[in-house]
Design a protein. Sequence first.
Length: 297
Amino acid sequence: MLLCMTASPSGSGLKPPWANSHARRVGRYLLGRTLGKGGMGEVVEAWDAVLGRRVALKLLSHASAMAMLRFLNEAQLQARVDHPNVCRIFDVEVSGEVPFIAMQLVDGPTLMDAGLDPPLILQVMRTVCEAVHAAHRLNLIHRDLKPSNILLEANGRGGWTPYVCDFGLAKDLSAAEITQTHIGLGTPGFMAPEQMANGRHHQLPVGPAADIYTLGATLELPTSPRTRPRTPSPWRPGPPPRPSLRRCASSSTAACGSIRRNATPPRRRWRRTCAGTWTARSFWTGAGPGAGGSWAG
């Protein structure tokens, strides 16, 4: 899916020099440089000539009926989640010559590119869990959580404010599925086994537990020296191990990975991971089911 990318800081309330009469225009937006490209289109920095602010504009290049339906669905579901750590949607247009979504422009890197130390990653992921839980409370699941879909902005206090973006694969669990149900949706290496079209768990329903799995994979990758996550290991009965904070310091990759690799079936994942009952802090210190948490099954 097309990623929500970031631009370098330049003052969101100041009109950039490229926003002039020579700039390409889509509706009320003056287009600047390209921030990212994907199979369905591109994301560009843009200037909202009416409200006087910089935004990120996601442009759809393949305007088939199904693509436009999914595009509109993405904007509607992401806009429904009113949370300070979910990238805000400002506008959407699917009837014009160039369909677009106007969204919050985040000045900073993705979690994948930030190169944060494990303690900062844990702080960021705790906030991300709360944002994902806000979606779950609305009966929405993201289905494509990964480090490149978490944008970071410096908070001025030596830390980072994360923003969950790209709801292109999100689903309203109370509505009909847009895509055929037997098609696997997600990013290989991050998606839960029940999301895989031909996996051993593919007949299980995809629900919030799938996001919990991908949060574990997301937490693992930035702390790992590997450039790619491994494919999920076969499930083994029993709850995931609870590594101590000291063990995490010496072996963060193994500890992070245990969240997902030893909790493959949805019923064995923590039910309230995204509620903050499971947080990076409580996981590393051993808190879990029996200490304020519960399993998903």
